[in-house]
Design a protein around this ligand. Structure first.
Ligand code: SAH
Length: 225
């Protein structure tokens, strides 16, 4: 079921954060190859400016990553759209996200009616993300932990999306993937990475595909308050 958004008064009709500006971003994403109308609709509906600091709100509908504190970023809308579009291809129900950050990617997935579980290692970012998601009336389960161990309790997952880059796919996460499931993650060192898709076939074997060049912050170990 698609949750009904409880929009704050400041989410509507405010100059650079207005619906028209959001529509323009959606058109731009469409021109850059995003074709799934469900994804475009979620991005059109979600107030991305509520996921960044007020001082950056006017830039929230540019197709760019933006700082969210603690040297982390909210991902570029095109990257969020592309990863979501890829995930939807296998019609998942239960999804695990590693790297909650601002909570925006989790909100996009929840808007599409998916059961979302998300893990973030920085407590302060997670608290802010939880508050935003709550204010928007979105039901997302979250945990403060090092996501490199996944979240076994609720697994296996139909899909896993990793939103921070590691030099290689994390084996534990592949283990928590259901048969027929799909993992999407940026793989590579700092600076530039490739978006990689891994499909777990019914016989347990895996198929890996490289999708696009991307830039993500690194997947780090341990947790911070
Ligand atoms: N999906 C986020 C993108 C955030 S950037 C959004 O939509 O805003 C990546 C996030 O991954 C950061 O918040 C970072 O703290 C987090 N991260 C990095 N390594 C992690 C790990 N091992 N476990 C959980 N989160 C991690």
């Amino acid at each position: 079921m698609t949750p009904r958004l409880r929009l704050q008064p400041e989410a509507v009709g405010m100059g650079m954060t207005s619906q028209r500006v959001r529509d323009r971003l959606v058109e731009r994403l469409r021109e850059s190859g995003i074709a799934d109308e469900r994804v475009l609709n979620a991005i059109r509906t979600l107030p991305r400016h509520l996921f960044v600091d007020e001082a950056l709100a006017t830039r929230a509908y540019e197709d760019t990553a933006l700082p969210i504190g603690h040297s982390q970023t909210i991902s570029q809308p095109w990257v969020v759209a592309r990863m979501t579009e890829v995930l939807l291809e296998t019609s998942p129900k239960k999804v695990l996200e590693i790297g909650t950050g601002s909570g925006y990617q989790a909100a996009v997935l929840a808007m599409l009616g998916l059961e979302v579980h998300t893990v973030e290692r920085i407590g302060d970012l997670l608290r802010q993300a939880r508050k935003r998601l709550r204010q928007l009336g979105m039901n997302v389960r979250s945990k403060h932990d090092d996501g490199r161990i996944g979240w076994a309790e609720h697994g296996p997952y139909d899909a896993i999306i990793v939103t921070a880059a590691a030099p290689a796919l994390v084996p534990v996460l592949v283990e928590q993937l259901a048969v027929g499931g799909q993992l999407v993650a940026p793989v590579g060192g700092s600076g530039s990475q490739s978006l990689v898709r891994l499909l777990k076939r019914p016989d347990g074997s895996v198929e890996e595909t490289t999708l696009a060049p991307v830039v993500f912050v690194p997947l780090l170990s341990g947790t911070l308050d």
